[in-house]
Structures are given as C-alpha cells and as structure tokens.
Design a protein around this ligand. Structure first.
Ligand code: SAM
Length: 254
C-alpha cells in the first residue's frame, strides 16, 4: 500500500459540497474549487454538459487533463452508471505525479464513488482499468510529451489543469494546438477558465467559444469545433476589438 507520508506536499481540504480535495503546496493551489466542491465542480462543469451534448454517441474517447485525484474520470463513470447509460468510454489521462495516483486507494472519496471502488483500486495499483464498458489509462509522465503520442481521436476534453498562472504550459496556444490535432471534427472541450487569454488560445486553434452556466456555480467555458445550438456563444472577433490587449499564452514566454 502507498505510504501516506510520501504525500507531504499536499494537505487534505474539505470543500463546501462536503467532498474532499487536496491543496498542492508545490503549485500553491487546491486541486478543485473549494467553493464549488470537488464532486459538484466535476459533475457540473465537465461531466454533465459534455455527456449531455454527446448523449447520442455510443462510444466516447475522453481526454482528462490531468488525472490528479481522478474526480473527472470517476465522476464520468458514476454519472454513466447512475443514469444507466450504455455508452462505452475510453478515458486517457496524463499525470506526472505517480505517487498521488498510487495513493488514491486510501483517499476519502464521496459515497457516490462506492460502486466504482474496485475501479479506483485497480487504477491506483495498475494505472489502468478495463471492463466491457470502460477503459481507463493513466499516461504517466509530462503531458506535453504524452499528448502528441496519442493515436486515438478524441470526442471530449476535460481541460482541468492547475490555473494558467501556476501551470502555464498546459494553457498555451501550442498546448491547445496539440489538443486540436487529436480531436474528432465534432469534439468539445470543457474548462473552468473563463480568461480571455485562454479562450483566445482555443479560438486561434479553431474552437468556437461558449459560456456554460450551471446552478450554484460560477460560469465556465465550453469550446467546440462545431457551432452548438442553444448555448451562449461568444463572438471572439468582437472580444478582440473590445480588448485589443488580449493575447493567447505562448510557450516561448515560460
Ligand atoms: C488541478 S489538478 C487536476 C485535478 C483533477 N482533474 C481531478 O479532478 O482531481 C492538476 C494535475 O495536473 C498534474 N500536472 C501538472 N502539470 C503536469 C504535466 N506537465 N504533466 C502531467 N501532469 C501534470 C498535477 O500533478 C495535478 O495532479
């Protein structure tokens, strides 16, 4: 079993939705918005909006950036099981903190994850899980290196890295270009970031930008390679005219 003392760079934090997350001393940031809550944020900002949009697809390939405590991956499975969906899901998730993933077997997750305990255990032991419906792969190492090696075409990206100011290389125009190269023509991306620089980085790679609103939650961003009906569209050309200082983030600056 993984030794808890190997987790000194992290502190347990209770979120307002009653679920646990960690605070990373290394990145000087919590893994989730403690106000929105780890489970609530994952469900409302990433899982529900994307699985609702893709409800007619029988198979989905999801890129979960990055694995961390695995909430986005586990909430996806929880949501699918709870709603009795038959969707087959392949989740690929980069993560360079192997110790964290190996410790998840002993992490105090919410009761909603009770039915997937065996999956959490398998992932913490083998960094991999597969059954008839779900396949989950942790891509150990630097995401900037593992992403260009992925062969599978992706339907959904959960862009959930630490914030742009604390983890800039996972938010640049070049990073989103690598993401774009993996995407199917109708791929979507969800992210908590609503910053103009981030939306520009996506827009400059061909994504349409939308506002996503959910109850009891700060609004977030949905990006799509196709125009989406019924969502609040943001005209980025107009944004550029109104905010001439706005620039996407670039690798060369970090
Ligand atoms: C905000 S946390 C992700 C939270 C996660 N989505 C969840 O629901 O629990 C960001 C994660 O990115 C990982 N990370 C940061 N930079 C990385 C990189 N270059 N390559 C791989 N993982 C990285 C960190 O170790 C951390 O686990």
């Amino acid at each position: 079993m993984y030794d808890e003392s190997l987790r000194p760079q992290k502190e347990l934090v209770l979120c307002e939705d009653g679920t646990n997350t960690l605070y990373s001393k290394e990145f000087d940031e919590p893994y989730h918005s403690t106000k929105d809550g780890a489970l609530h944020e994952s469900l409302e900002k990433h899982v529900k909006p994307s699985l609702t949009l893709k409800q007619n697809q029988k198979k989905l390939a999801i890129l979960d950036i990055c694995f961390g405590l695995g909430y986005n991956t586990f909430t996806t499975l929880y949501y699918i099981k709870k709603n009795n969906l038959k969707t087959k899901v392949h989740i690929l998730s980069p993560e360079f903190d192997e110790g964290l993933v190996r410790s998840l077997d002993t992490f105090d997750f919410p009761s909603e994850f009770e039915s997937i305990k065996h999956i959490i255990k398998a992932i913490s032991e083998k960094l991999y899980y597969e059954d008839e419906q779900f396949k989950i792969e942790i891509l150990l190492g630097d995401a900037r290196k593992s992403i260009p090696r992925i062969k599978e075409k992706i339907d959904i990206i959960y862009q959930d890295a630490f914030s742009p100011s604390h983890n800039p290389l996972l938010w640049t125009k070049e990073w989103f270009s690598d993401m774009r190269a993996l995407c199917k023509d109708n791929a979507i991306l969800t992210t908590y970031s609503t910053a103009a620089a981030i939306r520009l980085g996506l827009y400059e790679n061909g994504f349409f930008i939308f506002v996503h609103r959910a109850e009891m939650m700060r609004y977030s961003t949905m990006a799509s390679l196709q125009m989406l009906e019924g969502l609040e569209y943001i005209d980025m050309e107009l944004k550029k005219i109104r905010n001439t200082e706005a620039r996407s983030m670039r690798d060369r600056d970090y």
